[in-house]
Design a protein around this ligand. Structure first.
Ligand code: CA
Length: 95
């Protein structure tokens, strides 16, 4: 019989959605979160450290600040924030 891991372990897929599958489960992480090594939790993506230089994220006139599930650009005086793409991968694990 299949066990619904999602109901059995409420901590699964924190910051994401747990989906029961036959014999396993999968996490669908919220936007801005990526699965950890086990695939059972979703961790905040540090967008600022993904780029070679924080200036690549927010430009030369902005300062990147990582936030849970996203990031913010603090702009130098006279500059505005422009919307950017977000990262939201999906993971599956099999037991
Ligand atoms: Ca983040």
């Amino acid at each position: 019989m299949d066990v619904n891991e999602c109901l059995f372990f409420p901590e699964l897929c924190r910051n994401g959605r747990c989906r029961n599958t036959v014999g396993s489960f999968s996490c669908r992480c919220n936007r801005g979160y990526a699965p950890d090594e086990s695939g059972a939790r979703c961790l905040n993506i540090d967008e600022c450290s993904l780029a070679a230089s924080p200036a690549d994220v927010c430009g030369a006139n902005g300062t990147c600040a990582d936030t849970p599930g996203g990031f913010e650009c603090e702009c130098a005086k006279g500059f505005e924030v422009k919307p950017m793409a977000q990262v939201g991968p999906e993971s599956r694990i099999v037991w």
